[in-house]
Design a protein around this ligand. Structure first.
Ligand SMILES: Cc1cc2nc3c(=O)[nH]c(=O)nc-3n(C[C@H](O)[C@H](O)[C@H](O)COP(=O)(O)OP(=O)(O)OC[C@H]3O[C@@H](n4cnc5c(N)ncnc54)[C@H](O)[C@@H]3O)c2cc1C
Length: 353
């Protein structure tokens, strides 16, 4: 394609999902006087991030995830103080796990205060209809938060309104070169974007996109993620109920008069360019089997849901790579990209300083 124009920036972020938008935020904080742009082949926040349940809870299976979780929670709090109008809700958190594994689960919780409850008191902490399940124990006295899906878009618009970033939507990076001291990104409509530093936050597309060569050896894989919607209004102050045995959770969404139920789907190696991410009959059956163990009554209220995917690294930990000076790849958040995004973005930015 003939290059018709070239625009120049100090920092160019490719991919406007939650990770890319947080990168834009921390880049604008670190370098308030630099020219920063973020580009997305579609609309900002409409990739994987558009499907996210946006749950942020204080837990990490690996030491690295616990570190990112703790850091992200502090960064989320700072952000909420700065932009109190961002749509985020803080709610009680009840965790359920088998009596054999509850100790291990609690050791992976990153916030203080969790209290084990007795079987007899379980129903005081959850709405009517929920069951603890055979052989399980629970803990409470924690809080978690969830954002409405549009939080990332709201943050990006805020940065644009404050003239801290330039947004290029409908702008796909088709190739990346470094002919001299700066990177040049070609786009779908002939305009090139030149930058001293590049952040690649292209989500699952990075598996095959223009940066595939850089991360191919990491053997990242795409896994489907599925959540159901339950047409039942949660009571006031309903908690998030996390089912650690099943890696599933009930999330109250009172602003939509429904619950969201996320379960662990094991459909691996999907193709982001070709596959159809519909809820399959097997997904529906697997999810409702888990749901029924904890609330039989809600089964008849399932009303569709959402299915998409995320990028996973071999060990499940997110990836931050610098294949070249001034070039960072950040992603593979393994189904936790919303809650880990602030810390991931801040670390990615720090590699450029
Ligand atoms: C159903 C579901 C529920 C989930 N629930 C949670 C949850 O409760 N909590 C949690 O922490 N995580 C959750 N996740 C995971 C979380 O949503 C993801 O980890 C996160 O959104 C990934 O963000 P990202 O920025 O890496 O990717 P994306 O949001 O996909 O952003 C990448 C962007 O890059 C753009 N792009 C790609 N290629 C190019 C290119 N060549 N040029 C320009 N732009 C390009 C895409 O258009 C896209 O907008 C859930 C995921 C799903 C599917």
């Amino acid at each position: 394609m003939v290059v018709t124009e070239t625009r120049e920036y100090d920092i160019l972020i490719i991919g406007g999902g939650v990770i890319g938008i947080f990168c834009a935020y921390y880049a604008s904080q670190a370098w308030p006087h630099k020219k920063i742009a973020i580009m997305d082949k579609g609309m900002l926040g409409k990739g994987v991030t558009a499907y996210s349940a946006c749950l942020d809870f204080p837990y990490g299976v690996t030491a690295y995830k616990r570190k990112l979780t703790g850091k992200s929670q502090g960064l989320f709090s700072e952000l909420m103080e700065k932009y109190p109008e961002l749509p985020v809700a803080r709610v009680p958190f009840v965790g359920i796990a088998h009596q054999r594994s509850i100790g291990e689960v609690l050791s992976n919780i990153t916030a203080p205060g969790a209290q084990k409850g007795t079987v007899a008191s379980f129903h005081q902490h959850v709405p009517a209809g929920f069951q603890l399940g055979e052989g399980n124990k629970y803990f409470h006295q924690l809080h978690a938060q969830y954002a409405y899906n549009d939080i990332t878009y709201a943050l990006a618009l805020e940065l644009a309104r404050e003239q801290k970033i330039t947004i290029y939507e409908g702008t796909e990076a088709t190739s990346l070169d470094k002919p001299a001291d700066k990177y040049v990104v070609a786009t779908n409509y002939g305009v090139s974007l030149k930058a001293g530093a590049i952040i690649d936050a292209t989500g699952p597309w990075m598996n095959k996109g223009f940066s595939a060569a850089s991360i191919a050896y990491r053997q990242t894989r795409i896994k489907k993620i599925v959540a159901l919607h339950i047409d039942e209004a949660p009571p006031a102050n309903a908690p998030i109920i996390y089912l650690f045995n099943d890696d599933a959770f009930f999330l109250p969404q009172p602003h939509l008069s429904r619950w969201l139920f996320s379960y662990r789907c094991e459909d691996w190696d999907l193709d982001i360019y070709k596959d159809d991410f519909k809820i399959s009959p097997a997904n529906y059956s697997d999810a409702s089997n888990v749901l029924r163990k904890y609330n039989e009554g809600l089964h008849s209220r399932i009303a569709g849901g959402r299915a998409y995917c995320d990028l996973y690294s071999p060990d499940g930990d997110p990836i931050i790579e610098t294949p070249d000076t001034g070039y960072v790849i950040v992603g593979a958040p393994g189904g936790s990209g919303f809650r880990l995004a602030p810390a991931l973005a801040q670390s990615a930015i720090s590699t450029l300083t």
